[in-house]
Ligand binder design. Sequence first.
Ligand SMILES: Nc1ncnc2c1ncn2[C@@H]1O[C@H](COP(=O)(O)OP(=O)(O)OP(=O)(O)O)[C@@H](O)[C@H]1O
Length: 261
Amino acid sequence: MATDSKPLLELEGVRLTFGKEEVLKGVDLHIAPRERLIVLGQSGGGKSTLLRLILGILKPSGGSVRFKGLEVGRMGRRRLNKMRQKIGMVFQNSALVSSLNVRDNLALPLEELTDKPRNEIDDLIMHKLEMVGMQDARDKMPAELSGGMRKRIALARGIIMDPELILYDEPSAGLDPVTSTLIDQLIISLSEKIGATSIVVTHEMDSAFRIATRMAMLYKGRIIAEDKPEAFRHHSNPVVAQFISGNTEGPLNEDLPENRT
Ligand SMILES: Nc1ncnc2c1ncn2[C@@H]1O[C@H](COP(=O)(O)OP(=O)(O)OP(=O)(O)O)[C@@H](O)[C@H]1O
């Protein structure tokens, strides 16, 4: 029990500047094992940037990102590779390599980050394809699959190494409502099956409420609210309340290009 209550991931005072733009101004966030945390925020607010900091693709300009107690920004290549074996990533638009078939797309992270033999890689791929109901797609090219099928393959690739943490960037973007619900259910069941923690960036509020065990709102470079989903439905913070409702009147309007001075 004691280890389970320790955060898997700790972000403290994380700042990130691109040129003159300070995108993150001090993000504090602790993520406990097995949580499914939804990160909400406006377009261009820095959500994808946050995921890239967690993966160690970007280094913070200030503050710290710790995965299992280790500072990600200070890891060398070997440590980073080791950590990335424990983190699965499901990108926006699935991000499959169009010139590779499903089998080879799923093999990529295993070949890049491990020295597993081919037969072991093939067994793992079949097992993960079965978990997402896509065992018949092994030899198909991405172009032969629908958006929902490609998303299932992206999920299979995200869990290929039984990660402890899975990062999802807009997992249901561009999918029809039914496919989107099925993908949300799969996200929940897969993370429960492998005992993973999930961080999901999304703008789709129905998906967010279906998936979340906790929610956080990123606004103007900081986390301005974090709470259980029920609390987010009727939040006292006017920014959160407007974001959730999609109301066209409220404090978020100050940030619209036409209202900037
Ligand atoms: N590599 C980069 N170099 C310079 N600026 C960048 C870079 N990556 C992101 N940015 C800028 O940082 C800001 C945050 O981008 P980010 O993609 O993290 O936002 P987001 O919240 O994920 O947006 P969306 O919801 O639209 O995907 C944007 O202004 C973007 O232009």
